[in-house]
Design a binder for this molecule. Structure first.
Ligand SMILES: Cc1cc2nc3c(=O)[nH]c(=O)nc-3n(C[C@H](O)[C@H](O)[C@H](O)COP(=O)(O)O)c2cc1C
Length: 147
């Protein structure tokens, strides 16, 4: 079982709601889980594995509550060498090229920090589901053991 930090990026609460349900699922599977809605990069040294659950805002932008974390990580490059991570991105394909832009940026960042992805970025499209949390839980049910 793993010690997982969940990093949330959310504007209107969809991603946060999904992340809270993810925390419950992971805890029920025996993982130790902490959820961060106002993340500081110091958390990167406190866990073995990371799950990012983020929506996208603006034109492919990270939500405001992730801006500082993203900028600090880019500035100071706190390596997470070989730590496992996954990124689940809530987005809307009607935004075209900027679909899940924040998730893509976070996935790239965690790769640059030398983390080890357990899967490609998981995109959840608001055009296809009104219940993103159900897709998040289904994905985690199948993949949590890889953390
Ligand atoms: C102002 C605004 C801008 C958005 N821009 C994008 C975007 O560039 N790419 C994308 O995939 N989704 C975009 N979305 C869709 C949101 O990411 C999606 O609705 C998500 O479920 C919102 O989750 P949240 O409630 O956690 O913020 C945008 C939504 C709004 C309201």
């Amino acid at each position: 079982m793993s010690n997982i930090g969940i990093i949330v990026g959310s504007v209107y609460g969809n991603a946060q709601n999904a992340a809270e349900e993810a925390q419950t699922l992971l805890t029920n599977h025996g993982h130790e889980v902490e959820l961060y809605t106002d993340p500081d990069i110091s958390l990167l040294s406190e866990h073995d594995s990371f799950l990012v659950v983020t929506s996208t805002t603006g034109v492919g932008d990270v939500p405001p509550n992730l801006e500082l974390f993203y900028a600090d990580a880019k500035d100071t490059f706190p390596l997470i060498t070989q730590k496992k991570f996954a990124v689940i991105a809530l987005g809307d394909s009607s935004y075209g090229d900027s679909y899940c832009g924040a998730g893509k940026q976070m996935f790239e960042l965690f790769c640059e920090l030398q983390g080890s992805p357990i899967a490609d970025m998981v995109g959840i499209d608001a055009m296809e589901t009104f219940e993103p949390e159900a897709d998040v839980l289904a994905w985690l049910e199948n993949n949590h053991a890889q953390f």
